[in-house]
Structures are given as structure tokens and as C-alpha cells.
Design a protein around this ligand. Structure first.
Ligand SMILES: Cc1ncc(COP(=O)(O)O)c(C=O)c1O
Length: 372
């Protein structure tokens, strides 16, 4: 209870609540806060969900996930050069639960875990719930928000248990180059640290090569995280997974899952078994088009930002005042909703999601320009 009380309220929720209120009042709000694709879930998956219902596939399942889905995941990963068999995969309620279960399975009270900011809003609250201490390394705008390896080495203490990494990154859109992935992995391997690799945006890379941490991290230390949420536009289905070779940690995660949520929704699991037959390249192409449009617009109105190579966010410097005030005023005066960088431990920045139509993005930028 005490720990939960210490966790601050989500700043993204605050701005979203305001945007929703204005929308309900009939105002024409352009909401560029959302961290989810706006495409419908692919038809094949929806049809398979209907089949699950028709077959009455509506009961508890194996808490590690149905074998058919774990097989599908294993095939999907193999196509990316990542090798886990079905017994090394555990299906979770979104990537979020996979990360939370992983943290609870490797951290004790007062242990330390290294994270790089700007970072996704839920990492710190999740670490705090475990009783461990988040050690935050701030990455810099001038360095394209890539981790500084010397700082990483200096941050390691006898209490350090793990490093949490996220590439492609939310909120910065950075994709870690292979050299950085390799070096971080080597540092983790040398110091016997777990690496939780959050790669939920790995399909959304628009240029350059994506390198997975699974390529370099000692297999016994790697907890690989991915999800169907962003890649298959399935955020509401709550379907993600952890993959790991370390049997002890795997069993802990499975036990935790068994005692908390029992299993993931049976219909969602059944539906996703067809995921390896789906060609989602149309989504990626469309995101790339939107990314290019967003970058062009941002440049044209003089925003200072890091070129997004992956995920679907533009992270720019706040042109005026404080980031939270900037976002509140922009919403009140021009009805454009963006997320303040403070939500990601990055004061002075703002996140714009381009998971939205070109029309909305165009109108959003027109209003931001007016506001500036
Ligand atoms: C970096 C990152 N990791 C994990 C997640 C969790 O995704 P899911 O919806 O699958 O729980 C998100 C969702 O926004 C995210 O941005």
C-alpha cells in the first residue's frame, strides 16, 4: 500500500483526461498522444477469434499460454533470427505484464536495476513495486538519446542485478545501432547482469538495421519481451510474451502468472495463432509515410527533434516554457493533445504520436504552428 501511494499519478492520464473532457464537450480535439496503431486488427485474427467462440474455446488455459500460440511465437521469432522453443516462451497480458513479471522474478528489495531515460512511463513504477531501486542514466538529445557506455559501467554496483533496455525506443524513436547493443550486452555479460530487452516496436523500423539484444546477451541472462499489440494492432486484446532460456526465472514467471491472472484470455490466444500467416507490411509502409510526413512538417515549423528511426513517435524540444504547461496550453487553446516529456523523465521535451491519419497530423501541425 505504501509503495503504491508513493508512485506518482500518470501524466499521460492527466492530459488524456483533459482531451477526453474537451471532446465530450463537442470540441474538435486532435489527439496525438496515443501509443497504439489506428488500424483495425487484421481480418484473419478476428475470424480466428470468432472460430474460438464457435468452438467454445472459452475456458482457462495452460498458464504459460496455449502450446499452439507458443509454437506460432517460436516461428515468428525464428523468422527474425531469434531462437526460443515453445517451452521457453510464456504468454502474458500484453508486453506490460511480461516486463512486470520479469522484474518481480529477478529483483529483491534494495537490489538495483539500470534504466535509460527518457523511458516508457511504466518502468519506474513497476520497479518501485518490487522494492528495488531504479538507477537512471539520462541519455542526451545531442547523442540521439543513445546510452553512454562509460556512464553505464560507472553505474554498476555490487547491488546491480539487471539492465532494462528498449529499442526501438518509446518515446524517442531511437533505434540502438548494433555496436551499442553489442557493447551493452558485453557489459551485462561480464557483470552477470540480467538484460530485460523490451523489443515491442521491433517491426516498426523505417531505416537502418534493427539489432536485437538476443544476438549478444548471454542466453542465461536474457529476458526477451515482445507483444502483438503494436505489430498486429492488437492493443486491446492484451497479448504479449516473455522468452527466456533461464529455467529458474522462467518457472518463477510462470508461477507468478498462475497465481495472479491464471492465464491470458483464451479467445485472444487462439486468435493470435494465425499471426505468422499475416503480412503486416502495409502497416509498416503506412507508418513510414506518416513518419516522413511528420518529419517534414516538424522541420517546416522549426521544431528541434531527433530523427525518429523506429516506433511511432516524434520527440521534440519544448519551444516555449515548461513541457507540462506547453502541453496544457496547446490543448486548451488549440485543441491539440501531446504528451509532456516529464512523463518519460525528460523535462523540456514533448512526444507526438504519428500513429494517426495524415489529415489529422496535418491539421495538428497547422495548429501547433499557429500556437507557436
Ligand atoms: C516501450 C513499451 N513497452 C511495452 C509496452 C506494453 O505494451 P502492451 O500493450 O503489449 O502491454 C508499451 C506500450 O505502450 C511500450 O511503449
Amino acid at each position: 500500500m505504501e509503495i503504491i501511494d508513493q508512485i506518482p499519478e500518470s501524466k499521460t492520464l492527466k492530459i488524456n483526461a483533459l482531451a477526453t473532457k474537451l471532446k465530450k464537450e463537442g470540441k474538435n480535439v486532435i489527439n496525438l498522444t496515443t501509443g497504439e496503431p489506428d488500424f483495425p486488427t487484421p481480418e484473419e485474427i478476428k475470424l480466428k477469434a470468432k472460430e474460438a467462440l464457435d468452438k467454445d474455446f472459452t475456458k482457462y488455459t495452460n498458464s504459460k499460454g496455449i502450446p499452439e500460440l507458443r509454437k506460432t511465437i517460436s516461428i515468428l521469432l525464428e523468422k527474425k533470427g531469434i531462437f526460443f522453443n515453445e517451452d521457453e516462451i510464456i504468454v502474458t497480458n500484453g508486453g506490460k505484464q511480461a516486463i512486470f513479471n520479469a522484474l518481480l522474478s529477478i529483483l529483491d528489495k534494495d537490489d538495483e536495476i539500470i534504466l535509460f531515460s527518457p523511458m516508457w512511463v511504466s518502468y519506474i513504477p513497476m520497479v518501485l513495486i518490487t522494492g528495488a531501486k531504479p538507477v537512471i542514466i539520462k541519455t542526451k538529445f545531442e547523442n540521439e538519446f543513445l546510452p553512454d557506455l562509460e556512464e553505464l559501467k560507472k553505474s554498476i554496483t555490487p547491488k546491480t542485478r539487471a539492465i532494462l533496455v528498449n529499442s526501438p525506443n518509446n518515446p524517442t524513436g531511437s533505434v540502438y545501432p548494433e555496436e551499442i547493443v553489442k557493447k551493452i550486452s558485453e557489459i551485462a555479460n561480464e557483470n552477470n547482469l540480467f538484460v530485460i530487452a523490451d523489443e515491442v516496436y521491433d517491426s516498426l523500423v523505417y531505416e537502418g538495421k534493427f539489432t536485437t539484444f538476443s544476438k549478444f546477451v548471454n542466453p542465461e541472462l536474457l529476458i526477451y519481451i515482445n507483444a502483438f499489440s503494436k505489430t498486429y494492432s492488437m492493443t486491446g486484446w492484451r497479448l504479449g510474451y516473455a522468452a527466456l532460456k533461464n529455467k529458474k526465472i522462467y518457472e518463477r514467471i510462470a508461477k507468478l502468472q498462475g497465481h495472479t491472472t491464471s492465464s491470458v484470455n483464451s479467445i485472444a490466444q487462439y486468435a493470435a495463432t494465425v499471426a505468422n500467416e499475416i503480412d503486416n507490411s502495409y502497416m509498416i509502409e503506412e507508418f513510414k509515410r506518416r513518419r516522413n510526413f511528420t518529419v517534414k512538417m516538424a522541420k517546416s515549423i522549426g521544431l528541434d527533434f531527433v530523427y525518429p528511426k523506429g516506433a511511432f513517435y516524434l520527440f521534440f524540444k519544448t519551444p516555449i516554457e515548461d513541457d507540462e504547461i506547453f502541453c496544457e496550453k496547446l490543448l486548451e487553446e488549440k485543441l491539440v493533445a501531446l504528451v509532456p516529456g516529464s512523463a518519460f523523465d525528460a523535462k523540456g521535451f514533448v512526444r507526438l504520436s504519428f500513429a494517426n491519419s495524415i489529415e489529422n497530423l496535418e491539421e495538428g501541425f497547422r495548429r501547433i504552428k499557429e500556437f507557436l
